[in-house]
Design a protein. Structure first.
Length: 168
């Protein structure tokens, strides 16, 4: 398997590039939206590995979603402390419900390699961006996540080609 360091570096590059491009084409975006775009590109680079709980990318995604579940209500409801508590409760329920569902789905092998997952998982990240940051974030977040996702899959495909060449 391509090492975690290579996937992580590719995810960082995709996320950073997505942030730079988004800032260039959409200069009216605030820092929170740009951070979400960068973060979604980074997560997209690790997203195909969520079916394997022993993989380091799975741990990155799980820890990132836990941090996001804590930080997002603070960022969205900064001026209303009572709403932060309700936001944390809702984020806690969504976090555990989503991971329960993903862990059940992961019983089916390689579901993240299907074409539907390549579209649906980044779309879900885009919908979460829409719910927290608004409509102007959907396309950049979806594109950043999709590109990171595809880069991850291409790195794995490169590994398979390299292994096949060395065996012959």
């Amino acid at each position: 398997m391509v090492s975690f360091k290579v996937h992580n570096l590719a995810a960082i590059l995709v996320g950073g590039t997505a942030g730079i491009i988004s800032n260039y084409f959409l200069p009216e975006l605030d820092w929170l939206t740009l951070a979400a775009i960068i973060f979604s590109g980074y997560l997209g680079g690790h997203l195909p590995a969520i079916q394997n709980p022993s993989c380091e990318s799975y741990q990155v995604i799980r820890a990132s979603t836990a941090v996001a579940a804590f930080v997002t209500p603070i960022a969205v409801y900064f001026y209303r402390p009572t709403d932060i508590v309700l936001g944390w409760f809702a984020a806690y329920l969504l976090f555990h419900g989503a991971w329960w569902l993903l862990d059940r789905i992961s019983l089916y092998r390689d579901y993240t390699r299907y074409m539907s997952a390549i579209v649906i998982l980044p779309l879900l990240v885009g919908v979460l961006g829409y719910l927290t940051l608004g409509a102007n974030t959907v396309v950049p977040i979806f594109l950043a996540t999709s590109i990171g996702y595809i880069v991850h899959l291409l790195l794995e495909q490169y590994r398979l080609i390299h292994i096949n060449k060395s065996l012959s």
